[in-house]
Design a protein around this ligand. Structure first.
Ligand SMILES: [Zn+2]
Length: 142
């Protein structure tokens, strides 16, 4: 009986680790990576785009925040459960509402240069239990 208990725990753990696999919120070029830059820590990645500047949900979830965050401008936060959240900053238009459920790949906003931004781009962040992590860890390589 003990074996089955351990097996169930193992399956649950593996499921949770692999359940969180993202799609790219935009196919634009990465203009800035996660980590230290100019003496500051960049808490996400920046992606530029040219074709329609559409931003897509990296994973299915619930919209838990829409509004202005100082540096991030017009921002969207999606909660994916299990402590996982994704953040999308510098938008010019937002197509979703708070409390809405979105599917992976669904159009959520249009990127812009709102907040502290030098040009049109998306600031994309992944948070695990409220701590930001390197999004590239969860995005498919390309
Ligand atoms: Zn950024």
């Amino acid at each position: 009986m003990r074996f089955w208990g351990l097996l169930i725990i193992l399956i649950f753990f593996v499921h949770n680790v692999f359940a969180f696999s993202l799609v790219w919120p935009s196919m634009g070029k990465i203009s800035s990576r996660y980590g230290g830059r100019y003496g500051q820590f960049h808490t996400g990645i920046d992606i530029t785009d040219s074709k329609g500047n559409i931003v897509r949900a990296a994973e299915s979830g619930e919209i838990v925040f829409i509004g202005n965050k100082k540096a991030l401008g017009k921002a969207v936060v999606i909660d994916h459960g299990d402590g996982f959240r994704t953040v999308y900053g510098h938008n010019s238009r937002i197509y979703v509402k708070r409390g809405m459920r979105v599917k992976q790949g669904q159009k959520i906003s249009k990127m812009g240069a709102s907040g502290r931004s030098t040009g049109i781009h998306l600031h994309f962040e992944v948070r695990v239990n409220k701590k930001h992590v390197n999004p590239l860890q969860y995005l498919p390589s390309r």
